[in-house]
Write a protein that binds this ligand. Structure first.
Ligand code: SF4
Length: 408
């Protein structure tokens, strides 16, 4: 069974994911009570937070197709001003169901992504394990060594600097004084090691984990130091995560000034690097990522190309925010970058607290059409999307690759 949508045939779980990403989701009161009882994972408050939401708003849903058991995870993005949101409700037995324009979506089972067991566990020093590792989607194992982003001018869709407490280690503090990192480094690495050993036992990583080192930028003049720190972390954790990581360690950062530091990432055991352009046209890049533009569009492109030589075709990735720019222009740029050996993926734009955007989220038609065409571009180069459909919660890259979206 599938849904006929525009010129596509889409499997139900992917259809619902596309609807939620483009129209947002609201919860009935009953559903919110169930979420609390079932310990649904709440907002992780790192990069973003939906408008009008509290920390306890469920962060993600897992949607399973009952016919062939294919599963996706979707971010519970907030509703927007231009479309009717999907309603998540529950029947008398507490089973969740989704309603779009008054019609229930059939052939799927919906559950909350629960908090991983390790979220409530403590390290031997009494700190929470989740201070060092956390999970986005079902099976990402995220390592975020500091809070915030010290880029010269913040990207207009990003709310990362809204969530820093004054007592926390931040990109701003380290950028002012590297010793802020150096003096905690050894203790951090020891605590991180212990945290990973505990987290690895969790049910959510029983099949595999996507081990992702990611953080906001240090200041422009400290980007080499940033890469050095990530190399240091990768080197330490590599033996610990080898057995569970699907694609090796993935590092998501702004690239270093000195390209030789990219080789250091490889030497430290990093498997894949991600330097996100976010907007692919130069004018979109200037408008929506002014701080990245201060470094230069070519700065990113040159370092992506350099990384292809170091890591190999298909092991270098750039992500974009779909909705910032016109689909046709973006696809044209995707084609050029893919020919250089760079894998492209995208998150669907969602409007979070702290954004300063002038555009709205894309329509469901555009979302489906874009990911279908993006997959064709990547497939021509033999690229597979990163992670999996249960990790990439605001993207349909894996679903398109797994043929959940087909042309009629
Ligand atoms: S570089 Fe841009 S998207 Fe990345 S954390 Fe900083 S402000 Fe956010």
């Amino acid at each position: 069974m599938s849904v006929i949508f525009d010129k596509y045939v889409i499997k139900e779980e992917t259809y619902l994911k596309a609807l939620i990403l483009s129209r947002g989701i609201v919860f009935s009161d009953n559903v919110l009570k169930i979420a609390a009882v079932e310990k649904a994972k709440g907002q992780n408050l790192v990069y973003n937070m939906p408008f009008n939401a509290s920390n306890s708003r469920p962060q993600e849903l897992i949607i399973r197709n009952v016919i062939d058991s294919y599963e996706v995870v979707v971010s519970c993005v907030a509703s927007n001003l231009t479309s009717t949101p999907i309603l998540l409700d529950a029947d008398d037995e507490g089973r969740l169901f989704a309603v779009s324009d008054g019609e229930r979506i059939e052939n799927i089972e919906i559950n909350f992504v629960e908090e991983p067991e390790y979220y409530s566990k403590l390290l031997s020093n009494g700190e929470l394990v989740k201070k060092y590792v956390s999970a986005c989607g079902l099976d990402e194992l995220n390592i975020i060594p500091w809070k915030g982003c010290a880029i010269s001018r913040g990207c207009r869709f990003c709310g990362i600097n809204n969530f820093i407490r004054s007592d926390e280690l931040s990109a701003h503090k380290i950028s002012k004084n590297k010793n802020e990192w150096n003096r905690v480094c050894e203790a951090y690495l020891n605590n991180l090691t212990e945290a990973i050993i505990i987290a690895k036992q969790s049910e959510c990583y029983k099949n595999h984990a996507h081990v992702i080192l990611i953080a906001g930028n240090l200041s422009n003049e400290n980007l080499d130091f940033e890469t050095e720190v990530f190399s240091q972390i990768a080197e330490r954790i590599n033996p610990l995560v080898k057995s569970i990581s699907k694609e090796g360690i993935v590092v998501v950062i702004t690239p270093p000034n000195n390209m030789e530091y990219i080789d250091k990432l490889k030497a430290a055991g990093v498997g894949k690097v991600v330097f996100n352009l976010e907007a692919l046209t130069e004018s979109g890049f200037e408008k929506y990522c002014p701080g990245k533009y201060d470094l230069g569009y070519q700065f990113f492109v040159e370092r992506l190309k350099y990384s292809v030589n170091t890591f190999g075709k298909g092991n270098v990735w750039t992500n974009l925010v779909f909705g910032l720019e016109k689909k046709e222009f973006v696809l044209e740029k995707c084609e050029c970058l893919a020919k250089e050996g760079i894998v492209i993926s995208a998150n669907v734009l969602h409007l979070d607290k702290g954004n300063t955007l002038d555009c709205n989220v894309p329509t469901t038609n555009d979302v489906v059409d874009f990911f279908y065409k993006l997959e064709q571009i990547n497939a021509r180069e033999g690229f597979v999307p990163f992670y999996c459909s249960k990790a990439l919660r605001t993207s349909l890259s894996n679903e398109a690759h797994d043929l959940r979206i087909k042309m009629q």
